[in-house]
Design a protein around this ligand. Structure first.
Ligand code: IMP
Ligand code: MG
Length: 186
């Protein structure tokens, strides 16, 4: 099913975006990540913590590829606002509800850019004494990452470019695109 909204190239506020990773490639990789994580957590019931809003689409696809028992919860951090670059500070907008003490926790991110959000969340969750914390991110921009962070599972490494779709937004829009699109270099 391909709608006119999901073409190879779309124009956003006069800027052209083209497909960087298409729907089929994303789905294939999500299945692989699900299998790998399910294997690594045999004998445990991990809690997957989705980071709102960006990770919702990836989160929903990922947990349907987890073949062991698991639980879910969500955190919400302040966003970039309408800018395309990180503001350099992070605020907590929605706390966790789950009790993560002595639990295996897996943070589920859409994209790691500077790495600040991961540093912030790991600090926050560590203070609640989980048994372990791992991070899965669909996308990673290694060239943009300034913090010393460990990413346990990475879907795709991408260049330091702005991307939208599959949960990722531009001014809160375009999260519903089924592929990931990148700003076209002119
Ligand atoms: P970090 O804290 O700098 O690693 O930024 C992580 C967050 O910034 C992600 O969870 C996204 O919400 C947002 N972000 C980073 N890069 C992009 C992008 O290219 N498109 C859309 N959102 C992005
Ligand atoms: Mg995010």
């Amino acid at each position: 099913m391909i709608s006119s909204y999901n073409t190879r190239e779309i124009t956003v506020n006069g800027e052209k975006f083209e497909i960087l990773i298409d729907e089929a490639e994303i789905q294939k990789r999500v299945v692989e990540l699900g299998e790998q994580i399910s294997n690594d957590y045999q004998g445990s019931i991990p809690i997957f913590i989705g980071v709102l809003n960006g990770s919702v689409i990836f989160f929903a696809d990922l947990i349907r590829n987890i073949s062991i028992n698991c639980e879910v919860d969500f955190l919400k951090l302040s966003s970039y606002g309408d800018a395309k670059i990180s503001s350099g500070n992070v605020k907590l907008i929605k706390e966790l509800n789950a009790d993560i003490k002595d639990r295996d926790v897996v943070i589920v991110e859409d994209i790691v850019d500077t790495g600040l959000s991961i540093v912030y969340m790991k600090g926050l969750l560590k203070s609640q004494n989980p048994k372990s914390i791992k991070v899965v991110t669909l996308l990673h921009k290694p060239e943009a990452t300034k913090y010393d962070i460990k990413l346990d599972y990475v879907g795709f490494q991408i260049p330091n470019i702005f991307v939208i779709g599959y949960g990722l937004d531009h001014s809160q829009k375009y999260r519903n695109l089924r592929s990931i699109y990148a700003l076209k270099s002119t």
